[in-house]
Write a protein that binds this ligand. Structure first.
Ligand SMILES: [Mn+2]
Length: 432
């Protein structure tokens, strides 16, 4: 059996207290859904089958370029990060995999794989890093200050390509099947960089990475409108991202980070277009209010998250063939990262469960009849349904906690690791 970090009796004791209330709530909701012709059991089982990967970097306290305020018991390396990821999965049962970031998580691949297996975890898409310099890496002596895959200097481009191929190789060794490439390449001044030539250089580099992919590996490219470059970004939007995936070939797909768009962009429509093009590769879930991508998934605009899932459910079999990767990518600056990730995974599953409640036959009829008001009402009825008992029941059936954050607080895990892990320094910026 695995080395679970939380004593299972903590979960059992908490669940015993709450199981009566859950059974009542589930029965009431089941009755309501029955009247709508929906089997609650089918929704619970579908939710159990929906998982999302946690980012290794998410279990540390994040920050901004102004400051970082570390919390107690922060993981000091990838092995301790995996322990924290195991807590999230043990309690929430929604996050069986971890997305690694190289070089931040570089370690012996065999040891990493053993550790993950002992914790019932696996590895999802790998992430390369050519958006900062790596002075301690003898293979990366050149600076990425002026870009990486699109850099004007072919030697920097070659170094960045080689790093990505290293990450693919590392991923293969730990059982990952995909690499996500995000670059910060761009410019801060009009005229600083040639908008066309920089993209051509990026494509040439990406083709070399693509050519080095194993047959069963996928390449996800991630667009971001701006930051760290503030005038132009080489891979700035989904159109450019789609061009890249189409140029590269059948193993290349687009990754949608929900926070990487202009405010008010219709992200669900972007998702629909990428599904149409058969190029939706996956998601980085998070939320944002203005221009950043760091807030907890579903914390600001849960309706938008629901509308994204509405497109995914609507796509049905087409989506099953695409099997997009689901990953969280957010920064926890003021909360315990384990609590934020538990709640975020829950909010993502909530949006999925709500989307499963949409009466699709009715919605199509209303759309074809141009009944705008009732079509909107049909969607909103699903969104307004409180599916909390479904989420709790899915966790309970998989041995997780009915209320995972309460169980986490009762377990004393944070206090234990705070005693075992000396406090980290507060310097350094956040993640991107
Ligand atoms: Mn991202």
């Amino acid at each position: 059996m695995s080395d679970q970090p939380i004593d299972p009796s903590v979960i059992e004791t908490a669940n015993e207290r709450q199981s009566g209330d859950l059974a009542s709530d589930l029965a009431a909701l089941g009755e309501q859904l029955d009247r709508r012709g929906i089997s609650i059991d089918r929704i619970v089982e579908a939710v159990r089958g929906f998982t999302v990967a946690v980012p290794s970097w998410g279990v540390g306290t994040g920050g901004t370029r102004f400051a970082r305020f570390p919390g107690p018991g922060e993981p000091r390396g990838i092995m301790e990060k995996l322990d924290d990821c195991a807590v999230i999965h043990q309690l929430g049962r929604a996050t069986p995999s971890v997305s690694l970031h190289i070089p931040w998580d570089r370690d012996d691949p065999a040891a990493l794989k053993d550790k993950a297996t002992s914790l019932d975890l696996a590895f999802d898409a790998m992430n390369s890093n050519t958006f900062q310099d790596h002075p301690d890496d003898p293979k990366q002596p050149l600076s990425y200050k002026f870009g990486s895959l699109s850099h004007a200097d072919p030697a920097v481009r070659a170094q960045a390509v080689e790093h990505n191929l290293d990450v693919v190789e590392f991923g293969r060794a730990v059982g990952s099947k995909a690499i996500t490439v995000w670059v910060g390449d761009g410019s801060n001044f009009a005229g600083q960089s040639d908008l066309s030539r920089s993209f051509e250089r990026y494509l040439e580099s990406a083709r070399t990475i693509y050519a080095g992919l194993p047959d069963d590996f996928r390449l996800f490219t991630e667009h971001k409108m701006y930051e760290p470059a503030f005038y132009s970004t080489v891979v700035q939007d989904w159109g450019t991202n789609l061009l890249i995936a189409q140029e590269l070939g059948p193993k290349a797909f687009c990754l949608v980070d929900l926070g990487h768009h202009a405010p008010n962009a219709n992200i669900e429509q972007i998702v629909a277009r990428l599904i149409f093009a058969r190029k939706l590769g996956g998601f980085h879930f998070n939320d944002s209010k203005y221009g950043d991508d760091d807030l907890d998934a579903g914390s600001i605009d849960p309706f938008r998250l629901f509308l994204v899932f509405n497109e995914l459910v609507e796509a049905g079999e087409t989506l099953e063939r695409l099997h997009p990767a689901h990953m969280i990518d957010q920064s926890h600056n003021v909360t315990d990262p384990i609590e934020s990730l538990l709640r975020s995974a829950d909010e993502i599953r909530r949006a999925y469960a709500q989307a499963l409640l949409v009466d699709r036959a009715a919605l199509r009829g209303l759309q074809d009849d141009n009944d705008a008001l009732m079509a909107s009402q049909c969607l909103k009825q699903a969104f307004r349904t409180d599916v909390t008992p479904i989420l709790a029941e899915a966790r309970r059936r998989d041995g997780g906690a009915i209320d995972p954050i309460a169980a986490y607080r009762a377990s004393g895990y944070r206090e234990r690791v705070a005693a075992a892990r000396p406090a980290s320094r507060g310097s350094g910026g956040g993640i991107v």
